[in-house]
Design a protein around this ligand. Structure first.
Ligand code: M6R
Length: 588
């Protein structure tokens, strides 16, 4: 995810900016840039790739008298990771860095183009600076406020301008931004780490707050307000983990924000919009093959249920390592979809090459722009999950499922705008439920294994829940369709078999309930996750009432992730780096 830093009032501000961006490297980025005001004149330096590329360029620039500056690391979402698309995005006399997505940037762009204002980048961010300059009429703050009024979506913004070279303008809505001061020096960052060591406390901007720094922090939410300074974490490593014990835990908690980002500009009141796709791309397509590994494969299975049910297109989901060697029948009326967080998974990549060779249209659902899979595929929908550090995938899975759900709506011309928003809300971690899972986890540390069971879309979620648990706790766990129990697995039922039952109220409730009862009757220890409490269950986690199975799905997903996390923590395991596993599997 992108990172922002800004500074005013220190010697050599470029050093703070570069150091600050280094502190944000862990969030992932594919280009970076810095803008400084030097003797009233803007200087903008940008580079693709690692920060050392920017550092080298910066060394070759001569500065006279630096006043202030802003910096950014960019994780490409709108437009490729090129120098032109990197931030700061610059107009004639101003420049801006931005995190988030401007939902209505196309509309604004069209309006400004009618006024003969031209655009050079593919980013949504460029509209901010172009709007600002369009509105500028002798008062930069007025122009900044007018700009904010026009923007829809999410943003954390820093803007500087030659017109008022002593000021840094800032605003926040939906994306984090922090401002701090220390003896006439002012600092900005999108998260704590860059500020540690410079200040002890900071104001964490609330949505809708904006203002500028000159000799003071001038803060507004329509009217002038005072900043509220809160202490910063003392340690950079824990700041990077956002105060969580592990990256995986942080990533579970991030899912709500990540899904907002994933759906922004795509899930609209008028239905699904993908800038990356057009209807012609699907012409002549009668079938879909989805190829993936591990967690991404499980997401693909959810996609099958959704797309077949709603869009009425046949979908086969394949484990890439199998597909690659089994000489499959690939016909040209088939769209070949690959799903991958890393974009580098060797087996998935090879199946993609195979499909291309057979002349199929290909589409990647991927989190890493410029990865091998993205470069190979005809089209890509970026997942916008941000960097995922925990080896056990959580937020990437959430975005994969959400993207497939949106794709299914897109193909079926179905509008589930409200349901999608409800499902996103369902991923907000409920602290009481997390606390309950922490307590419950102590009862699930022994036994001879876990069954995760569910029907329909809850079956792939059962597979995923079991995979999460085994990856980080090293306890044997399997996912099953609930209806399969009596065909063999129930032979293992005894008090030392732990069953996690995903009981949807909306899909096959009674049937799944009787599968749970079969297991309980054979003395298995059952933990049920559902809207409706049932008898004969040993433990129960209640989810919110919802009439949409996908809202249930996303809430249960978070619960199974937290269960795996808490069991693994109790076992004393390294949750972020489980034994024998790697984040990116580039060999077969
Ligand atoms: O990067 P990919 O999505 O292609 O990776 C596929 C699998 O290796 C990955 O999902 C793996 O199963 C994770 N460790 C799951 O947590």
């Amino acid at each position: 995810m992108c990172g922002i830093v800004g500074v005013k009032g220190i010697k050599n501000p470029q050093d703070f900016l570069l150091e600050g961006l280094k502190e944000l490297e862990y969030r992932g980025y594919d280009s970076a840039g810095i803008a400084l005001i030097d003797e009233g004149e803007l200087k903008v330096i940008k580079a693709v790739g690692r920060l050392k590329n920017l550092e080298v360029k910066l060394k070759n620039v001569k500065f006279i008298n630096l006043k202030l500056g802003i910096g950014h690391t960019r994780w490409a979402t709108h437009g490729k990771p090129t120098e032109i698309n990197a931030h700061p995005q610059t107009g004639k006399f101003s420049t801006v860095v931005h995190n988030g997505i401007i939902e209505n940037y196309q509309e604004i762009k069209k309006e400004l183009e009618k006024e003969n204002i031209s655009f050079v980048s593919q980013t949504d961010t460029e509209v901010i600076v172009k709007l600002f300059e369009h509105f500028y009429n002798g008062n930069a703050f007025e122009a900044f406020k007018k700009t904010l009024e026009k923007l829809k979506g999410a943003y954390a913004i820093l803007l500087i301008t030659e017109k008022e070279p002593e000021k840094i303008f800032f605003a926040k809505k939906g994306s984090p931004l922090i401002v701090a001061k220390n003896e006439g020096k002012f600092f900005f960052a999108s998260s704590d780490a860059p500020l540690i060591g410079y200040v002890n406390s900071a104001h964490y901007l609330e949505d809708g707050e904006y203002g500028y720094v000159e000799d003071e922090i001038c803060l507004f939410d329509h009217k002038a307000i005072n900043p509220v300074f809160k202490p910063l974490p003392a340690n950079k490593e824990s700041a990077k983990k956002g105060g969580f014990r592990f990256y995986m835990e942080k990533e579970i908690y991030e899912q709500y924000d990540v899904l907002k980002e994933n759906t922004l500009g795509r899930n609209t009141k008028d239905g699904i919009k993908f800038d990356e796709l057009d209807k012609e791309f699907f012409e002549g397509i009668n079938n879909i093959i989805i190829s993936a590994c591990g967690t991404s494969y499980h997401a693909g299975l959810v996609g099958k249920y959704l797309i077949e049910r709603d869009a009425k297109i046949r979908v086969d989901v394949e484990v890439a390592s199998e597909l690659r060697y089994r000489k499959p029948l690939l016909t040209k009326d088939t769209l070949f979809i690959v799903i991958s967080q890393s974009g580098e998974t060797a087996d998935t990549l090879e199946t993609l090459k195979m499909a291309k060779k057979a002349g199929l249209k290909t589409l990647a659902l991927c989190n890493m722009d410029n990865s091998s899979i993205v470069r190979e595929a005809d089209r890509t929908i970026l997942l916008r999950a941000g960097i995922e550090k925990g080896v056990a995938s959580t937020k990437a899975f959430a975005t994969q499922v959400m993207t497939l759900w949106m794709l299914s709506n897109y193909l079926a011309e179905k509008n589930e705008y409200e349901a999608i928003n409800e499902a996103i809300k369902a991923t907000k971690v409920n602290s009481k439920i997390h606390e309950k899972i922490k307590r419950l986890s102590k009862r699930y540390l022994h036994g001879h294994g876990f069954f995760f069971i569910g029907r329909d879309i809850f079956y792939p979620l059962a597979l995923e829940g079991a995979l999460k648990l085994k990856e980080i706790s090293y306890i044997h766990a399997e996912g099953y369709p609930a209806g399969e129990m009596k065909h063999g697995p129930i032979a293992l039922a005894d008090p030392e078999l732990f069953v996690v039952a995903l009981l949807s109220k909306n899909i096959l409730f009674e049937k799944t309930k009787s599968n749970i009862e079969e297991l309980a009757a054979r003395d298995a220890t059952v933990l049920t996750i559902s809207q409706e409490e049932i008898e004969l269950t040993d433990d129960f986690i209640k989810i919110n009432k919802s009439r949409h199975p996908m809202a249930e799905f996303f809430e249960m997903m978070v619960i199974t992730q937290l269960l795996a996390l808490e069991v693994a923590i109790r076992m004393g395991n390294d949750v972020d780096m489980p034994r024998n596993l790697a984040k990116s599997v580039t060999v077969e």
